[in-house]
Design a protein around this ligand. Sequence first.
Ligand code: GLP
Length: 241
Amino acid sequence: MNIHIFQNQQELNEAGAGIITSLVQMQPKAVLGLATGGTPVGIYEELVKAYEKGRVSFKAVTTFNLDEYVGLPADHPESYHTYMKQHLFDHIDLPASQAHIPNGYAADPDAECQRYDQELEAAKQIDLQILGLGHNGHIGFNEPDDSLISSTHPVELKPETREANARFFSSIDEVPTHALTMGVGTILKAKTILLIVRGADKAEIVHRALTGPITTEIPATLLQTHPHLVVLLDAEAGRLF
Ligand code: GLP
């Protein structure tokens, strides 16, 4: 495991975007696993800048998002489809047909998860999986539990997860109760995982995730088993290292 701690957000953003850009420059057909939430926004901004400066093209890249809320149409302002368009897809040359996000509005969520896994299987392996971290140690929307699921599946969100995400909605009642998420098996199968964590409120959980006992009650502890884990922390999140 490779842990880097940055004194300011801009350095962290540039480092994260630099890792992604270098991979795509070397491997134009790279398969990227993408995350949403507040954490990767600055990194996506830097990626867009690199694209605008002509340093990188995404036209042969394939992407898979980790998760999507159940019950929000793709064009809902808080869907992860909308998030990805706003922060990345509308600003780069990634063809829409190569960008994959689970459809949280599908009539049959189980069938949708199977369809997503088939797409993942066809792509063989994610080269670089970007990950954020939930306050309870979730990755994607794999919530703490006494067992974890390997493949894409529907999940009921924990109250603390809905509370954390309520800041994006006008009230907590509007935060969906369920999501579809890539499973931990798929996440751990990625060639390289790039875990990004910011803020004092995540210092304790990221320390436990990377140094504590491995337990499904903190899904991110499973990342300790991955052979190529790169961790980018801001100074506040990295306070306990
Ligand atoms: C969200 C997402 C995760 C994300 C995490 C942290 O609920 N499903 O993919 O990494 O929780 O979010 P944030 O970056 O906003 O703190």
